[in-house]
Design a protein around this ligand. Structure first.
Ligand code: HAM
Length: 422
C-alpha cells in the first residue's frame, strides 16, 4: 500500500501554492514597508526554550509539543510557535547591541499535536513578527495596523479584539480576585478545576458553555490594572483611533501562551467554523530577560497561513490567474529543433514559455496552449521555417500576424518579445 502523509500534515500542491505565494508576497511587501527584516531560525530547539517561555502549564507545553530525545539523549522540540526561537536568536546573535529597536519577521512551519480539523493542522505555517526594544504604546497600535493592512491588501477582513493583561505588579491582585470568584463556583469542568490550581487566568479561555455562563460575572482584569498599565492601554487605544483601525475591547481574552503582559490582541473571523483566529499576538515585556537576555520589552503577532488561504479560497476571483507568455506550436522535426532552442532563448530573457515536444497535430497543440492559458501562440511548420516565417496568434482576440524568423535565434527572440508586449 502507498505510504500516506501524517494526519494533520498537508501537501500544498500546484493550484493551491499560488494562493500561498500571493499571501507570502503581500505580507513581505507590507512588512518591508514597516521596516521589518527577515530572520530565519531553526525548526528544532531545546525543549526548555519553549517550557520557559510559553509556560509549563499551557496546553501547548502540556499536551501539544512534538518532543523527542535526540540520539545523544537531549530533549528536543519541533517549534510550536515562532516567538521563542526568534528571541533566542536575538539574544544569541547580540541583535540588541546592533540596533536599539529590532523589527524581525519569520515565515515558516510550526508544529502542534492538536486534533486536526478545518483550519487546524499539526504542521501549520505562520507569518510571525516581533518588535523588540520599545514599549511605546504607539508601537502596539502600529503593529495592529500592520496586521490589519496585510488582511486588507489580501482582500480579507477580520475584527480586531484587544485587551490588556497587566504586568507582574498588577496581575497578582487580579489573580486573587479571580481565584476568590471561582473558588465560590463548584460545577466547573475538570480543566478549569485543574487550571484554578495551576494557572487561574486560563480558566477564562474555557470553551464549556457551562463554565462560560459562570464567568460572565467574573471580575475584569481591566479593573485591576496598575496606573502604568492603565495609561499604556489608553494610549494604545488612542493610537488605534488615530490610525482609524476599528477594534473592540474584550476583557476575557487571555491567550494560550503565558508570556504576555499588557496589550494582547486577536484578529477574528466568522468564516472559518470553529477556528476563528486568523492572527493573534501581544506584548511580552519580561520574556527576553526571562530567556537570559537583556531587559528589553517586546511585542509581536503571528498569522496562520492555512487560515488565510482558506479564507481566500472561499472568495471568487481572489487571485489573478497565472498565465504563460507564449506556447510554441512546432510542426515537423526541423521546426521542433528550432522551437526547442527558441524556448531556451526566450526563457533566458524572462518569458514563460512552453512547447509540445512530441510533434502532435496543430489542433492538439493549440488545445495545450489554451489549457496552459497562454497569451500568445507561435505556430511554426518546417515549410514556414524554410521561408523564415511563423504565425503569432493572440489567444484571446484570435488576431494573427506573420513574424519573420531568420538569423540568430537570440536576436529574433528579442524582436518577438517586443511584439508580445507591444
Ligand atoms: P497563537 O495564537 O498560538 O500565537 O498562534 C497565532 C496564529 O497561528 C493563530 O491565530 C492561528 O491563525 C495560527 N494557528 C495556531 N495554531 C494553529 C494550528 N494548529 N493550525 C493552523 N493555524 C494555527 C502564537 O503562536 C504567538 N507566537 C504569536 C505571537 C508572536 N505573539 C507575540 N509574537
Amino acid at each position: 500500500m502507498a505510504v500516506k502523509a501524517l494526519k494533520g500534515f498537508k501537501d500544498i500542491v500546484p493550484g493551491e501554492v499560488e494562493t500561498w505565494q500571493f499571501i507570502e508576497g503581500t505580507a513581505r511587501d507590507i512588512l518591508h514597508r514597516f521596516g521589518c527584516a527577515e530572520i530565519k531560525v531553526p525548526i528544532l530547539e531545546k525543549t526548555k526554550l519553549f517550557k520557559r517561555s510559553i509556560g509549563e502549564t499551557t496546553d501547548i507545553v502540556e499536551k501539544e509539543m512534538y518532543t523527542f530525545a535526540d540520539r545523544n539523549g537531549s530533549s528536543l522540540t519541533m517549534r510550536p510557535e515562532g516567538t521563542a526561537p526568534v528571541l533566542r536568536a536575538y539574544i544569541e546573535n547580540g541583535l540588541h547591541a546592533a540596533k536599539p529597536i529590532q523589527k524581525l519577521y519569520t515565515i515558516g512551519p510550526m508544529f502542534r499535536h492538536e486534533r486536526p480539523q478545518k483550519g487546524r493542522l499539526r504542521q501549520f505555517h505562520q507569518i510571525s513578527v516581533e518588535v523588540l526594544g520599545t514599549d511605546l504604546p504607539r508601537v502596539d497600535a502600529e503593529l495592529m495596523a500592520m496586521a490589519a493592512l496585510i488582511l486588507e491588501e489580501l482582500g480579507l477582513s477580520a475584527s480586531l479584539e484587544i485587551n490588556s493583561l497587566g504586568c507582574p505588579e498588577c496581575r497578582p491582585s487580579f489573580n486573587e480576585a479571580l481565584l476568590k470568584f471561582i473558588g465560590g463556583v463548584d460545577d466547573l469542568c475538570e480543566d478549569c478545576l485543574r487550571r484554578r490550581e495551576t494557572n487561574p487566568l486560563r480558566v477564562l479561555d474555557c470553551k464549556s458553555a457551562n463554565c462560560q455562563a459562570h464567568y460572565k460575572d467574573a471580575p475584569s482584569i481591566l479593573d485591576h490594572l496598575c496606573s502604568g498599565c492603565d495609561d499604556h492601554f489608553s494610549k494604545v487605544k488612542k493610537g488605534l483611533d488615530l490610525l482609524e483601525v476599528p477594534y473592540s475591547v474584550n476583557s476575557f481574552m487571555v491567550r494560550g501562551l503565558d508570556y504576555y503582559t499588557r496589550t494582547t490582541f486577536e484578529l477574528l473571523t466568522n468564516d472559518l467554523g470553529a477556528q476563528s483566529a486568523v492572527g493573534a499576538g501581544g506584548r511580552y515585556d519580561g520574556l527576553v530577560a526571562q530567556l537570559g537576555g537583556p531587559k528589553v520589552p517586546g511585542i509581536g503577532f503571528a498569522m496562520g497561513m492555512e487560515r488565510l488561504a482558506l479564507l481566500l479560497d472561499q472568495q471568487e476571483d481572489a487571485l489573478p490567474e497565472s498565465e504563460l507568455d507564449l506556447f510554441i506550436a512546432a510542426l515537423g522535426s526541423a521546426a521542433q529543433d528550432e522551437a526547442f532552442k527558441m524556448c531556451q532563448a526566450l526563457r533566458s530573457i524572462g518569458l514563460s514559455i512552453a512547447m509540445d515536444h512530441q510533434n502532435r497535430s496543430l489542433k492538439n497543440q493549440m488545445k495545450q496552449a489554451g489549457r496552459a492559458k497562454a497569451r500568445f501562440a507561435l505556430i511554426i511548420g518546417d515549410e514556414e521555417l524554410a521561408n523564415g516565417q511563423a504565425v503569432l496568434r493572440n489567444m484571446e482576440t484570435k488576431d494573427q500576424l506573420d513574424v519573420a524568423l531568420g538569423g540568430d535565434v537570440n536576436d529574433w527572440s528579442l524582436e518577438l518579445a517586443d511584439k508580445l508586449f507591444d
